[in-house]
Structures are given as C-alpha cells and as structure tokens.
Design a protein around this ligand. Sequence first.
Ligand code: 0RA
Length: 681
Amino acid sequence: MAEKKNKPADKKAIIGKPGAKEGYGADSIQVLKGLEHVRRRPAMYIGDVSSRGLHHLAYEVVDNSIDEALAGYCDKISLSINKDGSITVEDNGRGIPTGMHPTEKKSALEVVMTVLNAGGKFDRSTYKVSGGLHGVGVSVVNALSEWLKVEVRREGKIFVQEYRAGDPTGPVKEKGKYEGKKSGTKTTFMPDKTIFNTVNIKYEIIEDRLRELAYLNKDVTIIIKDERTNKEDVFHFVGGIKEFVRYIDLSRKSFMKEPIFIKGERDNTQVEVAFQYNESYNENIFSYVNDINTHEGGTHLVGFKTALTRTLNNYGSKANIIKNDKIQLTGDDFREGLTCVISTKVPEPQFEGQTKTKLGNSEVKSIVEMIVGEELQDYLEENPSVAKKIIEKCLRAAEAREAARKARELIRRKNALEFSGLPGKLADCSISDPDHCEIYLVEGDSAGGSAKQGRDRRFQAILPLKGKILNVEKARLNKILENDEIKSIITALGAGIGNSDDFDESKLRYGKIILMCDADVDGSHIRTLLLTFFYRHMKEIIETGRLYIAQPPLYKIKVNKEEHYAYDESEKDQILKRFKINGKGSKETEVKVSETEVAENGEIITKGKGFAISRFKGLGEMNPEQLWSTTMNPETRTILRVSIENAITADKVFETLMGEEVEPRRNFIEKNAKYVKNLDI
Ligand code: 0RA
C-alpha cells in the first residue's frame, strides 16, 4: 500500500505563459480547451499520473457502466486486461446514444467521448457514481489514452469510433447488425505511456474495486479477466452488503450468526446498513455514497453512529443490562469490535473534505438516523439473546476504556514532570515549524546512533526504537498505552492517539514521519508492526499522506574507488551494465562473482577485478555519512509514501498478518508468497 512519492508535474503548463514576441498582453495567454488541457494537466483530473491515476482510468470507465446499472438497465459488466496492456470494459446496458447531438452537430457518442463532462448532461439515473476523484467523465480517459476504441450496440446496429490521444480518427461508423436484445457498450483503451509514470495495470488493484462494486450492487455480475495470465474472477453476491460484512470479517470470529441488515428509503435517499460485532477491539466502518467510498465519513456516518449509540443505550437500560450506577457508556464503547458497511444512494451528493470523500448533505443524517433507529430497535426486541451479548460486550469495552483513560492520564502527567516532556532518547530537530520538520523512527539503537550523527539536525529528528513494538492488533488501548516504545512515539509526535476524539493533527510536531527499518525479515516485521499501529490508531497520518518508508540501499558497488548504490536487484544490474558498457577502459569491470569475503563490519563483499559489490544487511552497517547520502538526504533519497489504496484490503492485510487466527494467515502468506516484496508496504 505504499506508492512512490509523487514526482513534480512532469510537464509544464503553458497557460498564462507569455509568448516570446507578444510580451505580456492578455491575448498572449494561451487558453487550452477541453481534452488538450486534460493532457497537459492530467493531475487536475485524475489526481496524479502514478499507478493510482492509471488505475483510476479503468475505474472511470467501469463507473459509467455502474451508472447504467443504477439506472436499472445493466446487470453484467466485464473488464479484461489485454495481452498488449490495454483494457476492455463491456456492459449490457442501453448503449451510449449514437444519434445526432442537437447543438454539437455530431454524433452524441462522439460528444460523450470528446467533450469534458458531456456524459453528465444525460440524466440517466437519480444516483450517479460521481464526486470525489470519480465522475470526471470518460472523455478524460480518452484524452489520456494513446488510442481508444468504442463499440456501441443499440437499436439493432453496431456503431464504432476510434480515437488517438482523444481525437477521433474518423466519424462514427456503422459496422453491421446484431441479433436479439444484446445492446451495450464496449470500450477498449491503451493508457498513454507518455503521460503515466507506469502503464502496468495490476489485476489485484482492479479486482479489489470490482469486488467492492459487486457487493454494493447485488444484482450486477462483474467479471474480471487478465489475458496476460488467464486469471479470472466472477463477482456476483446475492447477499449484497450483508455478505460484504462477512467477507471483511472472514478472519475474525463473531458471536453473531449473521450480520444485522437494515434497509429503508426516504425522500429519494436510499439507506442500507449491515453490521456485526467480532472479538477484535477495532472499529471498522466502511461508508459509501453512490458506490464511492467516503473515507472521510460525513452526515450518513454521523446519522448511523447517533442511532446506534442511542438505540443500544435505550434498550440496554430498559432491559436492565446497563445499570445506571455503573460507568457511563460512550459512542466508542458501542463500536468496539464493530464491522459495518453503510451504503447510501443520494440524489445530489455534496462531497467535502480534503479528498472530497466526506458527505456534506445535512438531510442525510436524520434520514439514516431515523431508519437505523427504528429498524435496530425492532431487531433488538426480536432477538433478545443477541442484544444481551452486544450490550455486555459494550460494557466490557467501557471498563477497558476507563482503564485506558487512566493510562493516558499517566503519560500526560509523566510528561509534565519531565523537563521537555519529550522522550529521553529522541534527538529533536532545532526548527519547530512542523511543515519543515521530519522524524525518523529508526529500528535499533546502533542505526539510531548513525542516524543521529548523519542527519541534518535543523529539520530532522531521530527516535530510535528498541526491539519490537507491541502488536496492536491483539491488544486493547489500555495495554497499548503501557508499551514504552509506543508511548515514546505518541509523545514525540505530540498529537495524542485515537482516530477521532483524542487525536489532534494540528498538534503534530512533524510534517513527515519516516519509518526506517533494516531490509531483512526482522526489519519488515517491525515495519509491519509500526504500520499496523499507525493504521489502527493514527489513521489520519496515513490519510493525509504524512507517513513514509525510508528506502536504504541494498548494495554498494565500488568501481575504481567510486561508490555507487543500488536500491534493488535491477538497479544493481544496471549499474554493473553501465560500467561494462562505458568501459572505464577495459574488461576489468566485467562482472564475475569470483570471490566472496566477509568484511570486519559484517558486510558481504563480492569482489571482481577493479570492483566490489557489498550487500547491506542492516542500517547499522552504514556509517553516518553513508546513511545520510543514501537514505536521508532529501535531495537524493527516495522515500515511499504510505497510502491506503483500498481500505478493505488494508484492513484484511493487517488483520490477517497480525490478528489472532493462524489459519487465514498461513493461507494469505502461501497465496501471496510470490508478491512477498510488496507484502509489508
Ligand atoms: C447516455 C444516455 C443513455 C445511456 C448512456 C449515456 C450510457 C453510457 C454508458 C457508458 C458506459 N456504458 C454506458 N451505457 C449507457 C441512455 C440512452 C437511452 O435513453 O437509451
């Protein structure tokens, strides 16, 4: 779930750039129209031109078919990743209209494919998959494709049109007729490699989104096929989001036979909620509006939480399970161990927040609150034994929360006693503006020592961590807060802990938090433990893009006294090749693994004639200067930004790798052994 730090925009926009001769007059401002602008500033439309933006193209095309399904005219969508790397999306909807567009004087199909936002002008359905990053329109996909071909089956005829970089290569042509009722739209596109950093479509990434869409739209069958590997999956879940909750909790135990399912509609707003309690301590709510994952929540989520707290509290008191003289239960207590999917369909969604994934429509709160409140109360009254178990679980959570509060208080008080309030082993930086500061969480005291000496102390802070931090997946907050390493992370960062109430991002003391671990098995375990901690207890840090993974080099290649560093195998091979080609004279640099010896500091050295390759086993093997120049110097280092590509998958990875159940973990590792390089990031 890490991705390369975004490169600066690779192409300079020329809007507003004065022409050489004309000077700075207003008429020299070059206004780019439509798709040309998309090609010049792709990030404005699809977020970025990394792997994420690339996969976004495929989502966009699929979303258009989903819109057709939401309108009630399509129940089958298939996507294939073709041998040449192009992608085909086919649906059995009504087909994009092909008749003459009244104002544009072109085929409506051409308008949809070449005019920005034209798709939205056709009101196909009350609900649209639009908002957030989605909904930019299929013309954006066209603009960012080397070529694209669309085939429409409509009114008995097959229509086709092709494009290059968004421009039609000719008019819409009629290719023949088809029999029966099989109307639909088929789009094939080749992402433009001059625009994207990578054009390698990953099956697993597409698969996650398509599975999610199939759970959210239970009547639609979605097929994904990879022609490069012949891998194929068919998703059709008659149980809808109820089945989705089961899938999310596959490796967690629940005392409930099946999730609670609630459904209702009011003022054209549809609400579906499914949830169950499991034996973990995590709150796991996934909320959607028109099939878009609302990572930042919003009014629908608030409505659900309010109804849950109130209804359980009322029932618990009435049934005399919650006794008044005992501790007061809070909202958090009713969500410990809760896995929930909320899917709402909203006619005119307003998306807000940093990533435009927070629902703003105020009316939705009361609609969700009312529907969930009424239905949940009925459920509890009809299922008293399950109700009792739920409330008792919430009471246990409240007791633990009280203990956690005391532990947290203790950290606060202890800090107040110490002079600076900061952990003793933190080497802080001298600048205090968080936007310009970063902190390295470093595995081990010896690497920590090198990092302290090698850093730029003005803006880089170092916190060495001893041994393994606690596995937070298996512990409640009060236990977590007893752990020394975790305590020092929390106090060094300065923003508290928790995902909503107790975490205050504005107090964060550093703009970047960089995990620096060894490139071995232990290192990757520690990294996973740290990632789990941040994911479960400081998710905001990941969501706002502040968590990074340092990339120390794997090899040092010394050629004629010059040192070169390689960060992976292929880079090593490239460096070796380069010196063979450039020659530096003779055959001297030819690669032959001729001798291996172990140096004093434990480096494994492979020597040829005139060169030496050493493999770094750990950070501790690098001296401070090496660590600075290879891993910490912002001018030359590479750091990976941790992002949550798919929250469901991230949750599954952490639960499977770090949770209680052994069997799912074994299956996961066996299944993913071949991707093991990507496992922990
Ligand atoms: C505009 C109007 C109509 C359908 C569509 C667009 C349409 C777009 C896409 C994109 C992918 N698959 C699609 N299927 C349909 C409705 C036209 C009518 O009333 O028949």
